[in-house]
Design a protein around this ligand. Structure first.
Ligand SMILES: [Zn+2]
Length: 293
């Protein structure tokens, strides 16, 4: 129930926190390359990161403080935690796309080009001289790893639609869950692998329904409903879940040392928001796009 990372060093368990009616597990990660502690809402859970190099006592205190702060902030201003930020991955992070447990492992590579792959239960990110972004590389590897799965899922549903399909791809955009081009090229967003499978099925059925009806007309929704009778509920939930998984708003913990600083500050003063809004990709032609919101 409680997502405490490894449980090796942090004995204390933290209760899940509520965010827009969803209970988020708390995960604690010791990270190598950070100086301060951070708490964020990420991939459907509360993630607390503390610097590995600190001693156990400061780490525990930091975790405690960040947990308190983020619980207050999630109650007072949950909207601060909603944004369309890119998926982020960290060294040592445990992830479970499509329920497959993987650990992100970042290595330094002697090569010029950075690369990434999924192998032996790991997302291996090798950073070369070109110093590419870890999250970007990890996302690419995960997308490649699940390409076949997504393709077979789309094809399985298409046995009922019997449409002529073009390409089936995983997209990594920030605003679109899925799309269907006039040539029935279908894209499905990578983020759907990180949430309940019913959402993936809904998006797949939605896109396949566009192979029959391009617009979002009554006729279109009747087709969706035929395959996913509870689609209205799933659609509503997807908007909330979308908010949860797209989110990374950081709470930075500056008060590692003096506890007095803590007492004089409201938690909001320590909130650093990472809320860069990206606009939807342009040049999509007549593709039918499903937005996150
Ligand atoms: Zn649509």
């Amino acid at each position: 129930m409680l997502g405490i990372n490894s449980g090796k060093s942090f004995a204390k368990k933290f209760e899940p926190l509520e965010f827009y009616g969803k209970m988020l597990d708390v995960e604690i990660v010791e990270a190598n390359k950070i100086r301060n502690g951070y708490a964020s809402v990420k991939n459907g859970r509360v993630l607390i990161r503390v610097p590995k190099h600190c001693n156990m006592r400061s780490k525990e205190r930091m975790v405690e403080e960040l947990y308190t702060k983020i619980s207050i902030s999630l109650k007072r201003r949950p909207q601060s935690f909603v944004s369309n930020a890119p998926l982020k991955f960290y060294d040592g992070e445990k992830i479970a796309p499509n329920g497959e447990e993987l650990v992100v492992e970042v290595r330094n590579s002697a090569y010029k080009h950075s690369s990434s792959r999924v192998r032996g239960g790991k997302v291996i990110v090798s950073i070369g001289a070109d110093k590419k972004d870890i999250s970007e590389l990890a996302s690419k590897a995960i997308a490649r790893h699940f390409e076949g799965y997504i393709e077979s899922n789309v094809k399985l549903w298409n046995e009922r639609f019997k449409s002529e399909l073009g390409s089936i791809r995983i997209s990594r955009g920030l605003t679109i869950w899925g799309s269907c081009s006039p040539k029935n090229n279908i894209t499905i967003n990578l983020r759907l692998l990180f949430i309940d499978k019913k959402f993936l099925d809904y998006v797949v059925v939605h896109e396949l329904s566009h192979t029959k009806v391009r617009s979002h007309s009554k006729r279109f929704w009747r087709i969706v409903e035929k395959y996913i009778p509870e689609y209205r509920k799933i659609r509503r939930e997807l908007k909330l879940v979308g908010a949860v998984i797209d989110t990374e708003a950081n709470l930075q913990n500056q008060a590692i040392k003096p506890a007095e600083v803590e007492a004089n500050q409201t938690p909001e003063q320590n909130v650093l928001l990472n809320m860069e809004k990206k606009s939807a990709p342009t040049g999509e032609g007549q593709r039918t796009l499903e937005n996150f919101s």
